[in-house]
Design a binder for this molecule. Structure first.
Ligand code: F6P
Length: 513
């Protein structure tokens, strides 16, 4: 990629352009306003982006994505999550969508399942947590618990206090093989048995792309909701994985999410590059990461209901873009996907914003906020938005030494003391950010927001030349963990372990005996 003249032109354009647009630079998409003012901008950058996308075959690759062609080249699969939110999708999607809706409708009309225990991990978990946190924050008539981690405390806490007779277990796993999920599901079944339930499997449903494995596990076909290998785990909230969300916060929420995502799909497909929100977010991210050298991206959602948006985007971005070879297996010679981290504002301000303002590295920030609140305390919302705007302004503009001296003098310090203290009160400013303003936190808006990030990641993968749809690193860790599990249980440790790993396997084993 770095050999492309269009890449070199892009680098040159970014390096020589101002770090801010001269006037508010706001793109409307999916009902949101996306403010990119605090990103490097000039006509030269705009032109260089277009030229670069052209040589990276943006139009035809985007078409291939939406047509369900095998854009996931290392696994020879489509990444066709957009099909799951299409108003008129392919037949099997219609059928599974209908079955899931019917299951929720029947459970609701019979007032069945006071408790839902959703067992899944990664993409089979974060989306449902996010949706339930966003729309169930003020209470639901059903309890919903999540069990993801293999840590036994997670399953113990997840089941504690529930009446097993009123509990539905939802096992969500694309592969129906993930060690954490399968082990946790077994514990849930044992818990039901121990409570005297003769046929616990009758209280289980599975959401999977491997229905054969779910059947072999003991479930009837009627208990299995299917999705397909062309739905990546981190994109699976659009599939039947959302059933537990439907049970917890309603099928209308799930439908709203899908129509919001569809609106963003339409925008992504039709908006010209300069007005295309996912494209512009992607290119700002590439400039920050590969040219200006920022190693991470901070997500500060100024909405307490969006706490789970951070791990959701973290998985989406880091599993997709945490790669350093291109689709041909050649090393990519610029830094790719940033580390993603964050916390809801205003908690974030009292946790890490000091580092963002005055630390030596800093990080671009995605500020996410809602224009309108859904509670009755206007004062809270005004203050929340004020904090969001204030942090962003401070990062953009900073504070000069002269300003700091003046401030100290105004506070009554002597000239010498003011000069001394002012050195600590300087803020460099010029730190990039985006402000993504939702009208309010509706299912439609959240759906559009998630699709915005999905398409942004797709464009970044395309420009960097990598495959954003595989995750071989995670797969490698899973294989090693399987071997070590066997060794901790008594199998002979592999001779190829390093000395430290070998020491710990032997030490832990000896302590267990
Ligand atoms: O974290 C790796 C991963 O493969 C994710 O992509 C996926 O969401 C998660 O594991 C869970 O996998 P499964 O849904 O197959 O249990």
């Amino acid at each position: 990629m770095t050999k492309l003249p269009q890449w070199r032109d892009y680098v040159q354009a970014v390096q020589s352009s101002p770090r801010m647009a001269p006037a508010p630079r706001i793109i409307e998409a999916g009902g949101m306003q996306i403010d990119l003012t605090a990103q490097t901008y000039s006509q030269q950058v705009v032109d260089a982006v277009s030229a670069l996308l052209q040589v990276r075959h943006f139009d035809s690759t985007r078409e291939a994505l939406f047509n369900g062609e095998p854009v996931n080249t290392t696994e020879n699969r489509a990444a066709w999550h957009t099909q799951l939110r299409a108003p008129r999708p392919i037949e099997e999607v219609v059928e599974q969508r209908k079955r899931a809706l019917e299951f929720v409708r029947r459970s609701d009309s019979e007032r069945r399942w006071r408790n839902i225990v959703h067992i899944g991990i990664g993409g089979s978990d974060w989306g449902v947590r996010l949706v339930v946190g966003a729309f169930g924050y003020a209470g639901m008539w059903r309890n919903i618990r999540f069990i993801a981690n293999i840590d036994g405390h997670a399953v113990e806490g997840g089941l504690a206090g529930l009446d097993p007779r009123e509990t539905l277990i939802v096992v969500a796993s694309k592969s129906f093989k993930t060690a954490e999920t399968m082990e946790n599901a077994k514990r849930a079944i044992e818990w039901m048995h121990a409570a005297g339930i003769a046929e616990p499997l009758n209280q289980v449903i599975a959401i999977t792309a491997n229905p054969e494995a779910a059947q072999a596990w003991g479930l009837q076909q009627s208990q299995i909701f299917q999705f397909w290998d062309w739905v990546g785990g981190r994109f699976s909230i659009w599939s039947a994985v959302g059933v537990a969300a439907g049970l917890a916060v309603g099928s209308d929420v799930v439908a709203g999410l899908q129509s919001g995502a569809k609106a963003m799909d339409d925008h992504f497909l039709s908006a010209p590059v300069e007005q295309n929100a996912p494209v512009q977010l992607a290119m700002a991210g590439i400039a920050n990461r590969s040219i200006l050298g920022y190693g991470s991206l901070n997500i500060s959602a100024y909405d307490a209901r969006l706490a789970n948006l951070i791990p959701y985007i973290q998985q989406l971005e880091m599993e997709s873009l945490g790669k350093s070879v291109d689709v041909n297996g050649e090393p990519i010679t610029v830094p790719t996907g940033p580390a993603v981290w964050g916390m809801p504002g205003t908690d974030a301000q009292h946790t890490f914003f000091q580092w963002l303002h005055q630390g030596s590295d800093g990080a671009p920030v995605d500020f996410i906020a809602c224009q309108h609140e859904d509670h009755a305390w206007r004062e809270h919302h005004i203050q929340l938005l004020a904090h969001c705007l204030a942090q962003r302004e401070a990062l953009m503009h900073g504070k000069s030494y002269e300003q700091a001296v003046q401030e100290c003098r105004a506070a009554g310090l002597s000239a010498d003391a003011a000069k001394e203290l002012a050195r600590h009160r300087v803020h460099p400013g010029g730190r990039p950010s985006n402000l993504i303003m939702l009208p309010s936190l509706t299912p439609f808006a959240l759906g559009a927001l998630l699709a915005l990030y999905e398409h942004k990641v797709f464009v970044q993968g395309l420009v960097w030349g990598l495959n954003p749809f595989d995750q071989w690193g995670v797969e490698y860790g899973k294989v090693l963990a399987t071997d070590i599990t066997a060794e901790l249980k008594g199998a002979a440790p592999r001779a190829t372990h390093d000395a430290s790993t070998r020491y710990w396997i032997e030490h832990i084993r000896s302590q267990m005996e």
